[in-house]
Structures are given as C-alpha cells and as structure tokens.
Design a protein around this ligand. Structure first.
Ligand code: TNX
Length: 526
C-alpha cells in the first residue's frame, strides 16, 4: 500500500493538470455571444434597462414550482421555445432543486394580484437569474412571450463554438390596456386545415393575442360539423371561392383547435353568420328557404344576396340545434352570430330575427357578439357589438350600453391591399400600409366613445383572395403587430417612429421562424 502512494499522487497530479488544461481550452474556445439590447412588441407598460447580462447557456435551468402541473406545463413550453429559437436544450427542475444561480424561474404570487390583474406579469432579467412572476398562469404565459423576444433568434453553433448568449438585463412590469385582443380568420371563403390554424395560433400568441375568431360559415361554405344537420357539411362544406374542394372541421377537429388555443391562453370565438351570408346552409336544406327550394352552391365573391327564412318556425329549430352543438364544444363565453350585410332581409325581419337569436344564446348561456348592424335590435346588455363599418350603429350600441370591439375597416382589415401593387387582397376600404394599420387609437375613432366603452380590438382576415398559409402570413404580417400593440400598450407610449424602429429590429425574428411577410418600403433601414 505504502509503495503505491507516490504513484497514485503522481497520477492524480497528472489528471488534475490534464483536467485544468482541457478545461482552459474549453473556456478559451467557447464563445459567449452578446445579444443586442432587446426590443419588444407589443411595448410593455413599464420597461427599464439595467446594467449587466444574464448568461443563457447549456447550464441554465428552468425552475418551476413543484406540485403545480400547469406551471410545469408552461415551463415546458418555455423549454420548447428556447430549443426552437436557440438550439439550447435546458433542464426543467422543481423549486427544491434550484441552485440559485443561472436559472429562469416561473413563479405565481398572490401579493401582486390587484396590481397585475388576470394577464399581468413582472419580468426581471439580471445576472444569474430570470424571474417571471404573475398572479395567474395566464400572466406567466404572457411574460414568457415577452421574454422570448429578449433571446437571440440564432442558434448555438458548435462549429463556431458559440455555446452561450449574454442577454442584457432589464425589468418589466406589464399588463394589457384592453381585455380583448383578437384576430379573425375567414375559413369559409377558403378552407384552412387544423394544422394551419395551429401554426397561426403559435404565431399570434407571441403577440399576446387572446382571441381567435373563426368565421365558420358564409355563402361559400359551411365549415363546422353539426350532427343534427349533417348536410350542412356534407353538401355545404364541399365548395369554396373559385370552385375548390372546400372542407370542414369535424367536431374532433374543432375540439382540438379549442384545446390548442387554451394551451396558448387564447379563446376561440366561433361565428355562425346569420341571417345573411347563409347560401351554403340554404343550399344544403331546402326547408330553410322561404320558397322551400334550395339554391345552387355558390363560389363567387358577391355579398348580401342570401337570407334564412326569418318568419318560418323551422328556422329557429335549426338555429337552436346549431347553437346548442356549437356551445357544447366552446368553453369560451362568446358566440358570434354575424348579422352583417343582410341586404336580402327586410329591416323588421332583421330585428325580429336578431332578437330571437338573442334569446337562444341566453338559453345556452352564451354572450352574443355581432357585427355593428345588430345594434339596431334590442339585446341583452352584455351583448358585444363589433364596429366595422357604420359609426352610427356603433354609437347606437354604446348608447344602449353595449361594449364595442373595434375593427375599423380602413385601419385594420387584413384583407385590404398594402398598396396598389399588392398581388392579393381587396381595396374597398382603401390601401392599408403598415403605418395606417398602426396609427390609430380605439378611443379616438368614434365621437363620444371612450376607452371604458371598448372591450378591445380585432383584425379580420377575409379570404376571398387568400388561399394558402403563405398568403395568410403575407396579409397578416407585419400589420398584426400594430394591432397587438394597440390592444396591449399604453396609448400615451405609442408613436410610429419608435414603433417603426422596434419593428425593423424585430423582423429577423419572423425570418428565423420562416414566416412569410410583406416587406414594406416603410421598414427599410435608412
Ligand atoms: C365585408 S366585414 C364583409 C365580408 C367580406 C369583407 C371583404 C363584414 C362584416 N362583412 O363578408 O368578406 O367585407 O373585405
């Protein structure tokens, strides 16, 4: 034993020297890349840049609070996001295992509940730690979407030995200006499969959009399976603008979309457009027509020519069934009943119809949303009116104490062309460049309508000319970021020049995610 000791000591010494030198080599060869000062869209309510850096690298851990599966789930979403964005696969650990150094921690708190509300959060990035604190899971999720904008868009790079990133320190306290921040997708004029909707939900959740309104029915196609009226989809789902095959969501598909939304703290608002925009339903069931005869399926782009038969009792049996089945699949409180452009329904019939709908929605415990024409009917006070065209209707709605969703067509219709040479889109509400989509304030659009009468904002994408994921993205980005900021940020903080600079700095994120967007001349660096 004794004779072996010097040898052992010598071996240990050699090993130590080897370890130290290889360690040194590793340190000297691996690079820590500095990330530029982060910019955020939507702009946080309070943001302070601090001194120093947080080092995001392979040793960073994501810490969640034990015994709370929902926080763990959000933490694993964070893990996925970081992996996709940077290539770093970070371990998830529970609170007890935290080494108090180099971690990203998600934490629920009750003491900030009043200040932060349902969606607010605090995000602090300092050397050694990143802390997201919120009173709700939703708040943690929103904070995480902010944090990802501080992380690099490029990945760790083994061959260049880039293994870590220095993230400049900052502190944010944040919550939304408006409770409803929506996007609408028309899946009737052209149908889009579940995968497209999931990709879209992933994207819009990044900008803190919390409602996705699906325009499920129109003249050109009925897109949601209704068991009690199967021809709606068998026949009415088989057409679309331009004569394509159409398609529809089975109930299982729809539940999958709803659940995917929930994981992203986003509520699906289903729209069944009535009494106009109903040719697909009328073509599927002759008894829904006053004449008792069905029209042909329609694949053009005219509006305002169809109507359910308002004075026929069977119409309300039909609606009761449809609302019942849709309500059963929709955990959100809102059901959108359309009500727009009912030019083939006379005014008395229109009002009679919307008021009967109002009673059916109450029966199924749903809150009505409708386009601004519905303000002419007498509705439950909680019904929400979506302003798109008529100031008169919107003001009427506010006078009847309804809240408004603001979708002023000349600012935020995502189907409008950007300029005269945009290959897709329409132009009846004018051209909407990126500045036109940003430069408006919901509480300054309508005379006498102030912020507390406004539930929020929504950007609709009608799809008469939009046929693919690429088309959707081209029309949506980068105008949607403007809508997101209008809905979330403090109006007094918003100005085009500041936003424009942030948006320019943000665009490489879209490139890195493979999002197809419009390269506006307004966003070329000078
Ligand atoms: C008006 S906006 C419509 C839609 C069209 C859109 C095209 C609204 C409530 N109705 O039916 O698709 O214009 O921009």
């Amino acid at each position: 034993m004794k004779r072996k000791l010097p040898f052992l000591t010598f071996s240990l010494l050699l090993l130590t020297v080897f370890l130290i030198s290889s360690c040194n080599r590793a340190v000297s060869q691996s690079e820590i890349q500095e990330v530029s000062k982060p910019v955020f869209i939507p702009k946080p309510q309070e943001l302070e840049h601090l001194k120093g850096f947080f080092r995001l690298g392979p040793d960073t851990r994501i810490v969640y609070i034990d015994r709370n599966p929902e926080v763990k789930r959000i933490a694993s979403q964070m893990q996925e996001i970081i992996k996709d964005q940077t290539g770093l696969v970070l371990p998830l650990i529970t609170e007890g295992q935290s080494d108090e150094n180099n971690y990203i921690r998600l934490q629920l708190t009750t003491y900030l509940a009043n200040e932060l509300g349902k969606e607010g959060y605090e995000l602090v990035v300092v050397p050694g730690s990143i802390l997201i604190t919120a009173a709700t899971h939703e708040g943690l999720f929103r904070g995480m979407q902010t944090l990802r904008q501080a992380f690099p868009v490029h990945k760790v790079n083994q061959s260049a030995n880039i293994t870590s990133f220095n993230i400049p320190a900052f502190e944010i306290i944040d919550k939304p200006q408006y409770a409803y921040r929506g996007v609408m997708l028309d899946v009737s004029r052209h149908f889009f499969p579940v995968e497209t909707l999931k990709r879209f939900i992933d994207q819009i959740a990044m900008y803190k959009i919390n409602y996705l309104h699906l325009h499920l029915t129109d003249d050109q196609g009925w897109r949601i399976e209704i068991d009690s009226w199967p021809e709606l989809t068998n026949k009415g789902g088989s057409s679309e603008v331009g004569g394509g095959d159409g398609g529809f969501y089975t109930k299982e598909d729809f539940r999958e979309i709803v659940a995917y939304g929930q994981k992203h703290f986003l509520t699906i608002v289903p729209e069944i457009d009535m009494p106009g925009h109903t040719n697909a339903a009328l073509a599927s069931y002759p008894e829904l027509n006053c004449s008792g005869e069905s029209p042909e399926l329609y694949t053009g782009t005219e509006v305002g020519f169809s109507s359910l038969c308002v004075r026929k009792e069977q119409t309300y049996v039909f609606i009761d069934d449809v609302v019942n089945e849709i309500a059963a699949m929709s955990p959100g409180r809102y059901l959108h009943i359309g009500g727009d452009e009912s030019h083939a329904t006379n005014e008395d019939d229109y009002i009679y119809f919307i008021e009967r709908l109002n009673a059916i929605l109450s029966k199924y415990n749903k809150t009505m949303i409708g386009w601004d024409e519905i303000a002419n009917a007498t509705l439950n006070r909680e019904a929400v009116v979506q302003f798109w065209a008529s100031e008169e209707n919107a003001v009427k709605a506010v006078n009847k104490e309804h809240k408004l969703i603001m979708s002023p067509s000349k600012h935020i219709y995502l189907d409008m062309k950007y300029d005269s040479i945009t290959p897709l889109g329409l132009n009846w509400a004018g051209y909407i460049e990126v500045d036109q989509a940003y430069n408006w304030f919901p509480a300054q659009i309508l005379p006498g309508v102030s912020a507390d009468q406004i539930l929020g904002v929504e950007a609709p994408l009608w799809t008469e000319t939009v046929t693919s994921v690429k088309d959707i993205e081209y029309m949506v980005y980068p105008r949607l970021m403007g809508l997101a900021e209008i809905g979330w940020s403090k109006p007094s903080d918003r100005n085009w020049n500041d936003y424009r600079e942030r948006l320019i700095a943000h665009l490489p994120r879209l490139d890195s995610m493979g999002i197809n967007y419009y390269h506006s001349p307004l966003l070329k660096e000078e």
